[in-house]
Ligand binder design. Structure first.
Ligand code: GRF
Length: 192
């Protein structure tokens, strides 16, 4: 049984999609065991609770030091960590304790349009402003720097001349919902 934690800061539509995917799998090989946030007002917490998943919120200080978060991972016997719209830096202690076991999704084709401050509509606005012909998602391992960990896979979609950040975001979200849970299953399955 692989026990998975999701880290999220915001709306949590990906988190909910991932939780539902693994519930529907009805596999005894995986469980979404915990949802963790850095914001007590994050709607993702209610989504998780409605689906019966325990939640934890840590303060800025705890995220900075890392110890409390790492202890929680051990208490919940977490094997694998999934970031889904998580906007704080993952503590070094966690990255060291979970090598190749923490993945993130970014709503653009990294290494373009990544880095600190590049999240949400800002990413799509920059893609449109640069007249890119395609965008998409990047699923990658994480390291110490925002959006710089080793890529696992990318999926692409077109950028239309008529696109606004909102319409492009919708197309990119569809790719996220379609692919992220399966990739998590595949990567989590491969760890021992
Ligand atoms: C997604 O677009 C994801 O790629 C990015 O943050 C967004 C989270 O959206 N990392 P949601 O909270 O899952 O709705």
């Amino acid at each position: 049984m692989k026990r998975i934690a999701i880290f999220a800061s915001g709306t949590g539509t990906n988190a909910e999609n991932i939780i539902r995917y693994f519930k529907d799998l009805k596999s005894t090989d995986f469980e979404i065991s915990l949802v963790v946030s850095n914001r007590s007002a994050a709607p993702v917490l209610q989504r998780a609770e409605a689906l019966g998943i325990p939640t934890l919120v840590f303060t800025k200080e705890s995220w900075r030091k890392g110890e409390d978060v790492l202890n929680a991972m051990h208490n919940y016997k977490i094997d694998f960590i999934v970031l889904a719209g998580f906007l704080a830096l993952v503590p070094t202690a966690l990255i060291e304790a979970y090598p190749d076991r923490i993945v993130n999704i970014h709503p653009a084709l990294l290494p373009k349009y990544g880095g600190k401050g590049m999240y949400g509509d800002r990413v799509h606005e920059a893609v449109i402003a640069n007249r890119e012909k395609e965008s998409g998602i990047t699923i990658h391992y994480i390291n110490q720097n925002f959006d710089e960990g080793q890529p696992i896979v990318q999926y692409k979609c077109p950028v239309l001349d008529t696109d606004t950040a909102a319409t492009l975001a919708q197309r990119v979200h569809a790719l996220e919902y379609q692919h992220y849970p399966e990739v998590i299953e595949r990567i989590a399955n491969a760890i021992n």
